[in-house]
Design a protein around this ligand. Structure first.
Ligand code: BES
Ligand code: MN
Ligand code: MN
Length: 461
């Protein structure tokens, strides 16, 4: 693959232009108002896969958003790589915090991305990273260098829990049979120090509702005499962590797989500057579970965070009122051996337990999934490592991520295959935030690295 660099160089303007077209379609899965755009995006992905050289591409209907499936089978005796990605994106709000409209992509230089970055919702998560695989396929097919069989499965519900994908995977074992699953939907340490994601956290996402009196009340006439659900909810939430910032739910840590001293020492070798970290976030001090470093807190330790809290009067001016209800959305990031359904159950029991008699509480579980760790003594990991070494000129470091892609554990359970997480985003790319972007360097490097993975994986198989 001597010519991959020159192929990317020759076609890079078109690669960027095509991605920009895809980013213009607002495929927000959380909001049904974008249903039509979801279908339009699925169609655009289908066309792109056909153009890139897939022999068979189909839009697979599900109870929810469609899944785009494509394949190119060149020889049944050769390995099969299954590429997974998602074409849906997070909602763009708060829209007023974007410097340019989220679905009108622009390229701007930043300190970290001197070659420019594409700013748009989904640029990094995951349209940009998913599209690298489409362009890598184009290169391999058009230059007659595809070394094995390939299947693509691009879904439209990752950001809302992949419910229909689970349904689809359970029903299509044969169709999806593979030797390895390849995903670019994570990040790496920096553009000069690539890393391969070797772990993802699990997730349990719940919503809680606290009800006090049966209607909103005058806070003068009733204040002090009845439970204020917002006060109570705040108290209950505060009690979910102790003075060491550990989660207080009984049994929460019972199954947590602790890392050995050696593993922690190994982890601490990854380049990281606490000062830069604080500076980038404009915070004076970091925060978290006592006894662990920042990188441990955000990857190998489980956490509990309120993602949203509401209730009462939030309009202009002041209204004196005791609301009848208060609400919060809470996520728990889980680590290997914590079962998300068990944790959800523990949360529910505990939350109901700590509620005073003066209120009623409801716990509504949303979605969740298991965590995942990839071994590094596999052909898949070694092939990926060799590919990065060649394209970046630097050996990649294995790194566990704090994010979640719940479907990865399900792939292992249903399809019995391992996943390699070749992510090319950076933590600073603002995924799920205003001004999400993806470095042009990262996009092109990804396209360059993926065919090398195919090559080495097939050579080592
Ligand atoms: N691509 C992200 C997950 C991710 C990002 C993992 C960066 C590692 C590094 C994915 O789209 C995502 O946002 N997942 C959700 C979970 C999902 C069930 C909504 C998450 O992690 O919050
Ligand atoms: Mn993603
Ligand atoms: Mn995401």
């Amino acid at each position: 693959m001597k010519d991959i660099k020159s192929y990317v160089n020759q076609h890079k303007d078109r690669f960027i232009a095509e991605l920009i077209e895809l980013l213009k379609i607002p495929s927000v899965s959380a909001d049904s108002a974008y249903g039509n755009d979801i279908l339009k995006t699925a169609d655009a992905v289908k066309n792109a896969l056909e153009k890139a050289g897939c022999d068979k591409v189909e839009i697979c209907e599900t109870p929810g958003n469609p899944i785009v499936y494509g394949e190119k089978i060149i020889d049944k005796k050769l390995p099969i790589i299954l590429v997974y990605g998602h074409y849906d994106v997070q909602p763009a709000d708060p829209i007023e915090l974007w410097d340019s409209p989220p679905f009108e992509p622009v390229i701007k230089k930043t300190e970290i991305h001197p070659d420019g970055a594409i700013f748009a919702r989904g640029a990094c998560d995951d349209k940009g990273q998913m599209y690298m695989h489409v362009k890598a396929l184009e290169y391999m097919v058009s230059t007659n260098q595809l070394p094995c069989n390939v299947k693509f499965m691009i879904e439209g519900e990752e950001e809302i829990g992949s419910v229909s994908l689970a349904w689809f995977v359970e029903r299509n074992h044969q169709k999806l049979a593979n030797d390895i699953i390849l995903i670019s939907d994570t990040g790496m340490i920096s553009n000069s120090q690539p890393s391969i994601t070797t772990g993802l956290r699990g997730l349990s996402y719940v919503e809680v509702e606290v009800t006090g009196p049966n209607r909103d009340l005058h806070s003068g006439l009733y204040g002090g005499a009845v439970a204020n659900p917002i006060n109570i909810l705040a108290k209950m939430i505060a009690s979910l962590h102790d003075e060491n910032n550990r989660v207080t739910i009984p049994g929460f840590y019972d199954n947590v797989a602790d890392l050995s001293k050696e593993e922690r020492t190994e982890m601490a070798k990854a380049p990281f500057s606490l000062d830069d970290y604080k500076k980038a976030l404009d915070i004076e001090e970091v925060y978290g579970e006592n006894g662990y470093t920042t990188n441990e807190r955000n990857s190998i330790r489980p956490t509990l965070d309120v993602n949203g809290i509401w209730g009462g009067y939030i309009g202009e001016g002041a209204k004196t009122v005791i609301a009848s209800k208060a609400h919060a959305k809470i996520s728990m990031r889980l680590v290997p051996n914590q079962d998300w359904q068990e944790i959800t159950e523990l949360f529910k029991k505990h939350f109901e337990n700590i509620a005073p008699k003066s209120v009623k509480v409801k716990v509504i579980p949303h979605h969740g999934g298991q965590g995942y760790v990839t071994p590094i003594d596999t052909i898949g990991y070694k092939a990926a490592s060799k590919a990065y070494q060649e394209s970046f000129g630097v050996a990649p470091i294995p790194q566990r991520s704090g994010g979640s892609i719940p479907i990865v554990a399900l792939f292992e359970k249903e399809l019995k295959s391992k996943t390699i997480l070749m992510g090319f985003g950076l933590d600073s790319d603002a995924i799920h935030s205003p001004n999400e972007h993806f470095g042009v360097f990262n996009y092109l490097k990804g396209i360059e690295t993926i065919p090398l993975f195919y090559k080495y994986f097939v050579e080592m198989s």
